[in-house]
Write a protein that binds this ligand. Structure first.
Ligand SMILES: NC(=O)c1ccc[n+]([C@@H]2O[C@H](COP(=O)([O-])OP(=O)(O)OC[C@H]3O[C@@H](n4cnc5c(N)ncnc54)[C@H](OP(=O)(O)O)[C@@H]3O)[C@@H](O)[C@H]2O)c1
Length: 268
């Protein structure tokens, strides 16, 4: 029987690269994101190449839409084997410039947007005593990043969710894995929120981020998709992608030095 994967945030970036890769590997892919036209374009390309794709416009912060996503996936393909929680948004701002609405928005997408699909799909996985959940976190869920309290809080929560669920679900035949990208040259900045301290600082921070995404040290979405595929094939606790592994190891081994270096990067 053909295996099926549900991928959130599948219209662009890492999610789209993962959808193309899994379709090439012979999976049925169920694609979720909010913007219908972009999602249909991804599904169309997969179908042109002989793959099976179903686009279901979904806002992952809406529990009812997520329930419908999972119901339609099961109706169409009978079973789901892999859930890839990937939809996410980025925010850079000092705490004083981060409004409570900003906090709610980030946590709604990056945390609740992962909890809802797991909650909706878990009964199916438990009944079959099999399934794989891949949560796309961030190296910012393994170490602090300057002026990213809301984002890092959401991603540390994803790390906690992933590790705790693994403990609980492993004996029940369900794999729970984390993939933690570092800076990845995706379309992340399209939705990113920047708030700085001075008049020109939003623009300046955005430019710095743009340069980082284009640097040779940045990963490509296709490389992260390969790591996701490696976790599906041979489940393990987590993969920290590329340069993120160097940074997080440095933080683990020398937290004070790393904190000092990070503080220098935001000194006025
Ligand atoms: N790029 C990086 O440097 C980087 C680094 C570390 C971790 N990550 C993580 O990697 C994951 C993917 O990021 P990316 O770089 O591929 O970003 P991206 O190119 O901006 O793609 C984000 C995807 O999420 C979807 N999305 C956003 N809000 C959504 C919502 N409320 N409901 C449903 N879908 C939603 C977007 O589509 P719609 O707008 O149409 O909904 C889009 O398909 C995220 O979890 C991110 O935190 C990225």
């Amino acid at each position: 029987m053909t295996l099926t994967a549900v991928i959130t945030g599948a219209s662009q970036g890492i999610g789209r690269a993962t959808a193309y890769l899994l379709a090439r590997k012979g999976y049925n892919v169920v694609l979720a994101a909010r913007q219908h036209d972009r999602l249909e374009a991804v599904a169309g390309k997969i179908q042109e190449q002989g793959g099976q794709a179903l686009a279901i416009p979904t806002d992952v912060t809406d529990i009812q839409q997520v329930n419908i996503l999972i119901e339609k996936a099961l109706e169409t393909y009978t079973q789901v084997d892999v859930l890839i929680n990937n939809a996410g948004i980025c925010m850079t701002a000092p705490m004083a410039q981060t409004s409570l609405e900003d906090w709610q928005k980030i946590l709604n997408v990056n945390l609740w947007g992962y909890i809802y699909p797991i909650h909706a799909l878990l009964p199916h996985f438990l009944e079959r005593r099999q399934g794989t959940i891949i949560n796309v976190g961030s190296f910012g869920g393994k170490m602090p990043l300057p002026h990213m309290s809301a984002y890092c809080t959401s991603k540390y929560a994803v790390t906690g969710l992933t590790e705790t669920l693994r403990l609980e679900l492993e004996p029940k035949g369900i794999h729970v894995c984390g993939v933690h990208p570092s800076v990845t040259n995706s379309d992340f900045l399209e939705r990113a929120v920047f708030r700085g301290e001075g008049d020109n600082s939003n623009q300046r921070i955005r430019q710095q981020m743009e340069e980082m995404l284009k640097s040779p040290l940045a990963s490509q979405p296709e490389a992260v998709a390969e790591d996701i595929w490696n976790l599906i094939k041979s489940p393990q606790a987590e993969i920290v992608v590329a340069t993120g592994a160097i940074a997080t190891n440095l933080y683990r081994l020398a937290p004070n030095l790393t904190r000092w270096l990070l503080q220098q990067s935001i000194k006025q």
